[in-house]
Design a protein around this ligand. Structure first.
Ligand code: BGC
Length: 381
């Protein structure tokens, strides 16, 4: 797996100007929180790697203060907060994260992974519990990236190093980590790249292949993830930018929020196909779960991907890869959960050992078409 540390300088004009929506379309608020049954779920998988044998009893205290002392990972406690267990991609991520942490010498019994149930208040309570429990490091996939400042403050105050994953805090927040030299970092991929790859997979087909209605434009619908999430913002913007950069004219027929969810996307795409019919030439989905929902709607409407419509997603879920191989999805983008989870665990180890980290640790996405889908499928299965 490729892994590299890069500095992040986000363009100033991010956030609000990011949404390349059609305008006027109803954007739903966040999905309702799932039932608040978020309990600590310690060691739900038992990976096969052998934990390093314990030498001395660890003082379950502040990891930074430990730097010069006991760094035996088998004695270190890791708290992991996931925004929502039912998210397909985050399930791959957390499973790999736990396996890899154990392979690095942590004890499965000392790794606690909790479900934020898509509710920030629930997750904040879980973070408070981890602080009380004096974990040695926290790995957090925030429910709301905008809560990062509050989360960072309390975790730093408790002297616990912090690795954010998947939902990137904004530029101002990341700057605070650097300015204050805090043990806080973010591990993730640059979502602009995934959006660009989606757009390129369509522009590479050429206008003639895509312009079924002959109006000289690429007519598309966009299904977005959680609008607060920079992955959704960038994928929405950069997929279309890749088309216009390739000299194609575009027409946005519908742009709606599916909150990363298959069922919501299915409904959105069914409605859009009902409204715009054969004018819909391309369906862009910010992730594969939603692309799978879109595919259900496309098939129910009697449309055929590759023949009279195109469909792209992001993540490279195995089901989506099988669709790419079967031709029922045009393409997807591999969101490398191996690289991201390993980098997050490595960053946690660096903090525990007092080595420190860059404040942004990036990774690359991989464009996936029928040509390399089998290769990626072999890797993720
Ligand atoms: C993934 C989505 C996932 C989201 C969760 C994104 O990077 O592509 O599938 O739902 O992260 O925050």
């Amino acid at each position: 797996m490729k892994k590299k540390a890069i500095s992040l300088f986000l363009a100033a004009a991010m956030a609000a100007t990011m949404m390349a929506g059609c305008g006027g379309d109803n954007k739903e608020a966040d999905a309702p929180a799932a039932d608040a049954g978020a309990q600590a779920d310690a060691g739900e998988t038992t990976p096969d790697a052998e934990p390093a044998a314990g030498t001395e009893a660890a003082d379950a205290g502040d990891a930074a203060a430990d730097a010069a002392g006991d760094t035996d990972l088998a004695n270190k406690k890791v708290g992991v907060c996931i925004y929502q267990f039912s998210d397909n991609f985050m399930t791959l991520f957390r499973t790999e994260l736990e396996n890899y942490l154990v392979s690095q010498g942590f004890s499965a019994d000392n790794i606690t992974i909790v479900d934020g149930a898509n509710d920030q208040a629930t997750q904040t309570g879980q973070i408070d519990n981890f602080i009380t429990d004096k974990v040695d490091v926290l790995i957090i996939n925030p429910v709301n990236s905008s809560s990062a400042e509050t989360i960072t403050d309390k975790v730093v105050e408790a002297g616990i190093p912090l690795v954010y994953i998947n939902r990137e805090p904004d530029e101002a927040e990341q700057k605070r980590w650097a300015d204050n030299d805090w043990n806080v970092t973010y591990v993730g991929c640059d979502a602009r790249q995934s959006g660009t790859f989606q757009g390129e997979m369509i522009s590479d087909l050429g206008l003639d292949a895509v312009d079924f209605n002959g109006n000289g434009k690429v007519d598309y619908i966009m299904v977005e993830g959680d609008p607060e999430n920079v992955d959704a913002q960038y994928r929405t913007e950069f997929s279309i930018k890749a088309l216009t950069d390739a000299g194609l004219e575009v027409e946005c027929l519908s742009d709606q929020v599916g909150n990363w969810q298959q069922d919501q996307a299915q409904q959105i795409v069914a409605n859009a196909l009902g409204q715009y019919g054969n004018d819909v030439e391309v369906v862009f989905c910010n992730n594969d779960a939603m692309a799978l929902g879109a595919l259900q709607a496309i098939q129910s409407a009697g449309r055929t991907v590759g023949t009279d419509i195109y469909l792209v997603g992001v993540d490279a879920l195995s089901e989506a890869l099988e669709d790419v191989l079967a031709g029922t999805m045009t393409g997807t983008v591999f969101n490398d959960h191996f690289s991201q989870s390993h980098s997050a665990a490595d960053a946690a180890v660096n903090y525990i050992k007092g080595a420190g980290n860059e404040h942004y640790i990036g990774c690359d996405y991989v464009k996936v078409t029928a040509e390399n889908a089998q290769e990626i499928l072999d890797m993720v299965k």
